[in-house]
Write a protein that binds this ligand. Structure first.
Ligand code: TRP
Length: 325
């Protein structure tokens, strides 16, 4: 049986990525790359919906995005990498889909409200963001779409649009399923690990990582090392569960923590060492990729774009046919 198709994309807005992105999306890609045919793209036009003033930086950010993915273990031999803007049929489908959704539904979207509250202009492009996203997904006839919780509503819109199109014409669009990625809690015990809360980044030095781990938020009710502590919901243990490959050590630390038989310093030092064991191969791989040069990444993208365009052209051929165009 042929593999199911997975499509996912990232806005090209980051200068660097870290363990928050790893838990929030990258890990899932590594886990899926053998079982699904994975189409992973840089959503450069989506980035423009809020960052048109910084359009000239997007190219650099796409390179960072692809290099990051490869360095953590997304295998370029297995997945198809491409840039959204190079799949021109996406934009033809986008126009068609835009006839099938009302302005009021788009204006109601929480993601739109959030961007407006951040001071972004409510452009035509920004309002249409979910329709463009639907087009990215439907043009490839994706079966599954991994996204963060914040993007869930957009996948719902995608399904509605596919169903609507199919019922108006014929069943040519695949109705996809979402796959929701987890969120890594911030070092401060709040929100989400990342830029605003200062996460741990792949390009941090060991000294920086150590400083961040040693000042992590833990159980606020525990004053002395002899006080019994709470493991559940404690960021230090959440991180141990995600990153410490020494399961016996984690079990022992949790048991002693709950009995008040271990200090925070020991728990954090062991977490620091575990995160270093996790980061070291990523740092090495990144150095290897840098040696290959940017040409290597551009070649990968061009190969991927050829493949993705074949799929997209097929989809639009069917769409034109059923619409009798
Ligand atoms: N909207 C997604 C985000 O902000 C990025 C994205 C664009 C996407 N098109 C997509 C994700 C299609 C999955 C599928 O993170």
């Amino acid at each position: 049986m042929s593999k199911k198709l997975l499509v996912t994309g990232d806005r090209a807005s980051g200068d660097s990525y870290g363990i928050g992105a790893y838990i929030g999306s990258l890990k899932n890609r590594i886990e899926c790359q053998d079982d699904y045919e994975c189409f992973i793209f840089s959503a450069d036009y989506h980035t423009l919906t809020t960052d048109i003033d910084n359009a000239n930086e997007i190219g650099k950010k796409i390179l960072e995005l692809i290099k990051t993915q490869i360095s953590v273990g997304v295998d370029p031999e297995k997945v198809v990498f491409y840039r959204q803007s190079k799949i021109v049929e996406t934009f033809r489908l986008h126009t068609l889909l835009s006839m099938l959704i009302s302005m009021s539904e788009l204006e109601r979207q929480p993601t739109l409200k959030e961007k407006i509250s951040q001071g972004k202009r409510m452009t035509y492009g920004l309002v249409g963001y979910p329709v463009l996203m639907a087009s990215d997904i439907l043009i490839m006839r994706a079966n599954v779409v991994p996204v963060g919780k914040d993007q869930e509503a957009h996948v719902e819109i995608t399904k509605e649009l596919a169903e609507k199109f199919n019922s108006m014409f014929r069943e040519v669009l695949t109705v996809p399923e979402k796959m929701i990625n987890p969120v890594l809690i911030g070092l401060d015990g709040k929100g989400k690990s990342g830029k605003s809360t200062g996460g741990i980044f792949f390009n941090d030095t060991s000294e920086e990582v150590k400083k961040k781990v040693m000042s992590m938020y833990t159980d606020p009710n525990r004053i002395k090392a002899t006080d019994p502590g709470t493991v559940k919901g404690n960021p230090v243990f959440i991180y141990h569960d995600y990153f410490n490959d020494n399961l016996d050590e984690v079990k022992d630390l949790k048991e002693r923590y709950e009995k008040g038989k271990v200090g925070d310093v020991e728990v954090k030092e062991k977490l620091f060492l575990a995160i270093e064991r996790f980061l070291n191969p990523i740092r090495e791989k990144r150095n290897e990729i840098e040696k290959l040069g940017d040409e290597y990444i551009f070649d990968l993208l061009e190969t991927g774009e050829k493949r993705a365009n074949e799929v997209a052209e097929q989809t639009m051929k069917s769409v034109d046919e059923v619409m009798k165009f």
